[in-house]
Design a binder for this molecule. Structure first.
Ligand code: URA
Length: 201
């Protein structure tokens, strides 16, 4: 319903789009508010994550929790200033299951990702980055409109008309159990960010 209404009146600016997103009801179970994209309108690189996590939902900003802090560190190492980038998510609300005091992240379904896709596409049309980086499988699904296995296709990619890049989600690095694998995969992630930086230059 919200999406159909929006399609009739395509927002002319990010501010207009964000106002629509902010007053829309969550389509997933949980989230208290929409976490909007953040960054300059015509950033050279846009990063697309999965969905806001617990911290992002509480603070109302994307990538401020543990995965965001790891992303910040990797961006800095790759010589990319976070403030110059546009950061957003495929799904704008935190989907979670409450267990006691903890809010446990739930992966959005393909249908949920599809529901939010019009927002994401409109947002990226307005930002018009030179390169759109998909962080992980959910972002890849949202941007490509179909499942694209990230580990097999890691690297430069085209999302329709959009020049893109596929890499892992920083939370994948956080979940790796052993320190050696973590260090190796983190270094690879930084290399991906360096490659993305070169493509967006
Ligand atoms: N993970 C995401 O995909 N996005 C965020 O904003 C935070 C964590």
């Amino acid at each position: 319903r919200a999406v159909a209404a929006m399609a009739e009146q395509r927002p002319a600016s990010l501010a207009e789009l964000n106002a629509i997103i902010a007053r829309s009801d969550p389509f997933v179970e949980g989230g208290t508010r929409a976490v909007l994209g953040e960054g300059p309108d015509h950033a050279a690189i846009a990063f697309v994550g999965e969905q806001p996590g617990d911290q992002e939902d509480s603070q109302g900003r994307p990538f401020v929790g543990p995965a965001g802090q790891l992303l910040d560190r990797a961006l800095a190492e790759a010589g990319i200033g976070r403030a110059a980038c546009y950061l957003t998510n495929a799904v704008k609300h935190f989907k979670f299951r409450q267990t006691g005091k903890r809010r446990l992240h739930q992966t959005p379904t393909a249908g949920e990702v599809r529901h939010y896709r019009w927002w994401l596409e409109t947002e990226l049309d307005l930002v018009a980055p030179r390169l759109t980086v998909a962080l992980g499988a959910t972002a890849a699904l949202a941007l490509a409109g179909r499942a694209v296995p990230v580990t097999k296709n890691r690297g430069p990619w085209r999302f329709g008309d959009r020049p893109g890049y596929l890499t892992v989600h920083p939370s994948y690095l956080l979940r790796l159990p052993d320190a050696e694998a973590k260090a190796r995969e983190y270094a690879r992630f930084v290399e991906d960010l360096r490659a993305a930086r070169a493509l967006a230059a």
